[in-house]
Design a protein around this ligand. Structure first.
Ligand code: NAD
Ligand code: ZN
Length: 376
């Protein structure tokens, strides 16, 4: 079991406004269960403002022309917008969606429903915020910059791991930074967890996104910000990840457990922070567009000096599922490109402080990071 490195530091755990203790929103309503997607129509009905105020469903385009798409409970002037998760969400994409919805409807929608992985969940969160807050989504990247409540938004994950279904952030690639809109208005008003929806995810993607959850646990549980709140969720999530990736569970039980691991992993970092793998993965994502899940894996495999037990277990999971991570990602980068990645990573100050404490700059230098990036 991971050791608690330092005593409770809850009040320092979160970046942004330096209030004493943060007062967090949580998802107020959640449905869990195989087949619960069939209840979506009933769940949305009381939230319909009137027949001219539609529900807009933002759906991963992997579901276009599938059974699932046919089961979306459309009535009145509701609309499905299929969106590719090929690239992670961008502020320009959010702004374009908001413009489209405002152009097509006189009234504000009754709600936005995101159906997909972290990419679609984050898009749904951001669109719902920007429908009531003026300007571009890039103006809200940061901490507590959102003034007005978002419109009602619902998250329905179809792949487990990111914790985006519970978090109070939506990570966006903007004109000059990759950063979340962290606010009390970001959190979903309703989440529907139907493990059946995660059938059909490829083995590789199941591993990468699931490892996002595993890495959240390791980074939270070994961090200096650790406290009883985060630990309680992190330990449960870690236990579930071990069952899923090292045990031999029947497929259905495995889907159930990974969905709950994702939830607990997300809750664990609410009151703490992530660490080295996430900081460095942001650099890869910003420069090369490497996606969050696989980017975390690419970095994490080389972090044995920071997370010896965590990396050891990661390697066992990788072997068990015969996952081959790509190599040579940073082979042909110029010095300037390394500098960009390193500077993006080093700017994630709270992550480094969580991982290594106040004096992290004694350990983490540009040379140190370059030597790790060169192994990827
Ligand atoms: P994703 O949404 O990018 O999807 C990954 C792939 O899986 C896509 O090709 C998608 O089409 C496919 N997929 C999803 N569900 C499927 C299904 N049921 N069947 C077949 N294919 C399916 O993946 P992700 O790893 O869940 O999300 C990554 C994103 O989440 C990143 O943009 C990252 O920044 C964000 N993120 C957000 C938070 C947060 O708290 N807001 C936390 C972590 C990560
Ligand atoms: Zn993550």
């Amino acid at each position: 079991m991971m050791e608690v490195k330092k005593e409770m530091q809850v009040k320092k755990a979160i970046v942004g406004k330096q209030t004493e203790f943060r007062n967090f929103p949580m998802v107020p309503r959640v449905v869990f269960g195989k087949g619960s997607f069939n209840q979506l129509g009933d769940i949305l009905m009381p939230k319909r403002k009137h027949s001219d105020a539609p529900f807009i469903f933002l759906v991963d385009d992997v579901f276009e022309n599938t059974e699932l798409a046919k089961r979306i409970p459309l009535i009145f002037n509701d609309q499905i917008i299929f969106i590719s998760a090929e690239e992670e969400p961008k502020t320009v994409q959010v702004d374009a969606l908001v413009d489209k919805i405002k152009r097509e409807y006189q009234d504000l929608p009754s709600g936005i429903v995101g159906i997909g992985g972290g990419t679609l969940l984050d898009l749904a969160k951001a669109v719902s915020i920007l429908l009531t807050n003026n300007g571009s989504s890039s103006e809200y990247q940061g901490w507590d910059l959102v003034q007005k409540p978002a419109i009602f938004h619902v998250g329905i994950p179809t792949i487990s791991g990111t914790g985006a279904e519970v978090s109070r952030t939506t990570v966006l690639l903007g004109p000059d930074k990759k950063l979340g809109i962290n606010s009390d208005h970001t959190t979903f008003g309703q989440v529907l967890l139907d493990p059946d929806l995660t059938q059909g995810v490829s083995k590789e993607q199941w591993f990468y996104t699931g490892m996002d959850c595993y890495i959240h646990c390791i980074e939270s549980l070994t961090g200096t910000f650790l406290n009883a709140f985060s630990q309680s969720y992190g330990e449960k999530a870690l236990e579930l990840c071990k069952e899923v990736y090292l045990g031999d569970l029947p497929a259905e039980e495995s889907r159930d457990k990974l969905m709950m691991a994702s939830w607990h992993g997300g809750m664990s970092i609410a009151y703490s922070q992530v660490g080295v793998a996430h900081a460095m993965s942001y650099g890869l994502g910003y420069l090369l567009g490497v996606k969050h899940g696989i980017g975390n894996c690419l970095v994490f495999q080389h972090l044995e000096e920071f997370y010896p037990e965590g990396v050891d277990l990661f390697n066992k999971m990788k072997e068990k599922h015969n996952i081959k991570l790509p190599t040579g990602i940073c082979a042909n980068l110029s010095e300037a490109e390394f500098e960009t990645m390193i500077s993006v990573a080093m700017n994630m100050v709270p992550l480094w402080e969580n991982a290594l404490g106040k004096n992290w700059r004694d350990i983490i230098t540009p040379e140190k990071l370059e030597s790790i990036y060169r192994k990827i």
